[in-house]
Design a protein. Structure first.
Length: 280
């Protein structure tokens, strides 16, 4: 396996360790019962990460992660899901400060994040690609990014991958993807590293003509984040997600995404298989 897949594989490997739970915190494990008693759980999202989380035409949270979070809530016995808008860079501290109970927002279980929070079962994957302005023929693939300025959303796996794998570039961070695409359009950045789905949506939203160049860089898994002291809540969410994989719910939700060319459960299985086959 090449270095292009290392971040995704590392995220999966670390997730596998974290997936065993946190038994040391069992004595304070009351969150699931409290959520069921209240009937409400709070979920952190950006609202600016389409097609994963965004505001729909009715100005209400929408997207793949929003639909998954609502279904997880229903299955664990907490039917009222309230979404709290925040940014990627605030998610870890937001969880630790009890601002929300979960984060569902295409969040990769990276090493840095797993030091401070737990992650559920993987419920999705996205393929990361190089996106440039249409007609920028000087950039045809990874090797052509040397000396270029690359726009990424701050505190995302996109940024982590770019900083780890593009040492001869200037990495410019933004609070959300719409700002990246605005600067891509006006030439302040030469390219961006983004998921196929996110790239398509932002291009449409900004009316910018862009194109993907080169093959996918990595297939990145994502999972929901929660505090480390809540193993029963994690176990309930894990069971819900496994059920959604088994009964086709995740595929039904993902089939509504524009541009997806694989069933979400197939993508999850592929990412896990690549991680299992990678040299240890």
């Amino acid at each position: 396996m090449t270095m292009l897949a290392c971040l995704g594989t590392a995220a999966l490997a670390l997730w596998a360790v974290a997936a065993s739970g946190s038994p040391a915190h069992a004595q304070s494990d009351t969150k699931l019962a409290a959520l069921r008693a209240s009937g409400t759980m709070r979920v952190g999202i950006t609202q600016t990460s389409p097609p994963w989380t965004y505001l729909g035409d009715d100005n209400k949270p929408a997207g793949y992660d929003v639909a998954v979070a609502k279904e997880v809530g229903r299955r664990i016995g907490v039917p009222n899901v309230v979404f709290v808008a925040d940014t990627f860079k605030n998610f870890m501290e937001g969880l630790r400060a009890d601002k929300y109970d979960f984060v569902f927002n295409d969040l990769a279980p990276t090493a840095e994040r797993q030091r401070v929070v737990d992650f559920t079962e993987i419920y999705g994957v996205e393929d990361y690609r190089i996106v440039v302005r249409a007609g920028l023929h000087a950039i045809k693939g990874l090797d052509d990014l040397k000396g270029r300025t690359i726009g990424v959303t701050t505190a995302t796996a996109n940024e982590a991958w770019a900083r780890a794998n593009l040492p001869d570039t200037t990495i410019k961070g933004y609070d959300n993807g719409s700002f990246v695409f605005q600067d891509l359009g006006n030439g302040r950045v030469d390219a961006t590293i983004i998921s196929h789905f996110g790239g398509v949506h932002y291009a449409q939203a900004t009316n910018l003509s862009v194109e993907e160049v080169g093959p996918p860089l990595v297939f990145m898994p994502f999972a929901a984040a929660l505090r480390k002291s809540e193993p029963s809540l994690k176990a309930a969410a894990d069971d819900a997600i496994r059920g959604m994989i088994a009964d086709g719910t995740l595929d039904a939700i993902s089939s509504q995404l524009k541009g997806i060319d694989y069933a979400m459960t197939e993508g999850i299985a592929r990412a896990k298989g690549e991680a299992a086959a990678a040299p240890k």
